[in-house]
Design a binder for this molecule. Structure first.
Ligand code: SF4
Length: 450
């Protein structure tokens, strides 16, 4: 029996062994595509015999800061799976899992000032990948009592993966319990497949007589040709999992890695319209390492200078939002100028790097941190976003009646220090901080014109 047939038969045995619904975690990369395609082949065989009795959920993580080209690819794939399930009447559904707005990258970094992530302060994976996945999987467990998750992990991927697969405790059926979700079990159906096995199976898809949601995997293969990194980033299972920042389909903002090799590969192979994203990420990387850009105190008032600093300062957060919206416009212009002749060009393609809801929440966080002139809305309106939002505040209107823009700005910089510490009982060091802020302001540092 060949490897594909053998794996499908093993999947069938697992399928009939209990009533647990299946959850296939799908990143759009080759390994999770391979598992999903095997599962679909099996479901079709069972459906033809009237034996497909339980549901399969295909779940995919969208951090909302995916590289636009990857976001579009995944969106298209999930739509194809949904249409395919409807037309074939397979018990299959596709689900995109995204972080809540208050846990999104922009809300936390631009709104609350979280420094761009590092390997030691990797706040993003849990909030953007683990929490949405856990929430969804837990809701399935609540509904069905138990679930079986199918992962596309393979021992041949890397030494670390081989060790983590070997260390998993398996029951008699070859299932391991999920690390964090009781009554969720994990199966790795292609753990012994080699790289070549996977590629051979996927590249023969178009010759296969079984219909799939996709005609072939040529576009995915072209993404692999363009990118250059270490592997797929599937639904994250726990916060201790290795950094997903090195993966092919990682977030475009990822500063956990020193260089974004995947983006650099894309830029070098026909996707140079994304250059402004690369430039923005480089800026984040620099700013995170620049103590001048960060408050030297944490929100609890303690000194943070030894760890490179506390949150990004308010003027820096304003600059980050401004440059983000500028980047959004630049990539749209680039795309429509540079990709016009490309075979995959879509004349109606639009780009939105940050949602309106996120800008609203950012403004709320800035209000709390002493922003007296609704800067998030003012910045957004420069780029024709959030046009219906008022930028007037009672305090700013009063100040406008008695002084000029320069003094309002100075007042705001000092007011931000007080607002930032409003929940702290000790006022130790506050006079020094105010003096430093005034000196910097007169030097031209952190003066703004928004
Ligand atoms: S790819 Fe990078 S930014 Fe995205 S969740 Fe993983 S570590 Fe965080």
């Amino acid at each position: 029996m060949n490897l594909i047939r053998e794996t499908i038969e093993e999947l069938k045995q697992q399928y009939f062994a209990d009533e647990r619904p299946w959850v296939v975690t799908y990143s759009g990369g080759k390994d999770s595509t391979c598992v999903l395609q095997l599962v679909i082949a099996m479901l079709q065989e069972l459906h033809a015999e009237g034996k497909d009795h339980k549901h399969t959920y295909v779940v995919s993580s969208d951090t909302t800061v995916e590289m636009p080209i990857i976001e579009k690819y995944l969106r298209t794939k999930l739509e194809e799976i949904t249409e395919f399930a409807e037309s074939t009447e397979l018990k299959l559904s596709a689900h995109k899992l995204s972080p809540k707005i208050d846990e999104s990258f922009w809300t936390l970094m631009v709104g609350k000032g979280y420094p761009a992530p590092t390997s030691t302060f990797r706040w993003c994976t849990e909030r953007m990948k683990i929490n949405p996945a856990t929430h969804f999987l837990q809701s399935l467990v609540n509904k069905h009592q138990s679930i079986l998750m199918l992962l596309g992990v393979r021992s041949a991927e890397s030494q670390a993966r081989q060790t983590s697969i070997a260390n998993r405790k398996l029951n008699q059926r070859g299932l391991s319990p999920h690390d964090n979700i009781p009554n969720a079990f994990v199966l790795s159906p292609i753990k012994h497949w080699t790289n070549e096995d996977v590629w051979t199976y996927l590249s023969n898809t178009k010759k296969d007589t079984t219909p799939y949601p996709w005609k072939n995997h040529e576009y995915m293969m072209s993404l692999y040709d363009k990118g250059s990194s270490e592997g797929d980033c599937n639904i994250a299972l726990n916060p201790q999992s290795p950094s997903c920042g090195k993966t092919r389909f990682g977030c475009w903002v990822c500063t956990v890695v020193e260089k974004d090799r995947s983006m650099e590969g894309m830029l070098a192979h026909g996707e140079e319209w994304m250059l402004p994203l690369w430039t923005y990420r480089e800026m984040l990387y620099q700013y995170r390492n620049d103590s001048e850009k960060r408050d030297d105190r944490r929100r609890d008032g303690s000194r943070a200078i030894n760890e490179g600093g506390g949150p990004f300062l308010m003027p820096v957060r304003r600059e980050l939002l401004d440059k983000l919206l500028q980047t959004e416009i630049e990539i749209a212009l680039n795309y429509h100028q540079m990709k016009k002749e490309a075979s995959d060009y879509n004349p109606s393609e639009t780009f939105q790097l940050i949602k309106d809801d996120e800008i609203t929440l950012i403004q709320q966080h800035w209000d709390d941190d002493g922003d007296i002139k609704k800067s998030a809305y003012r910045i957004a309106q420069k780029y024709s976003r959030m046009m219906g939002e008022s930028t007037e505040t009672p305090l700013r209107s009063k100040l406008e009646n008695v002084t000029d823009e320069f003094n309002i700005d100075l007042f705001e910089r000092i007011y931000e220090i007080e607002a930032y510490r409003k929940n702290i009982s000790t006022r130790y060091g506050i006079v020094g901080d105010i003096e430093k802020r005034i000196v910097n302001f007169y030097k031209g540092q952190f003066r703004e014109t928004n």
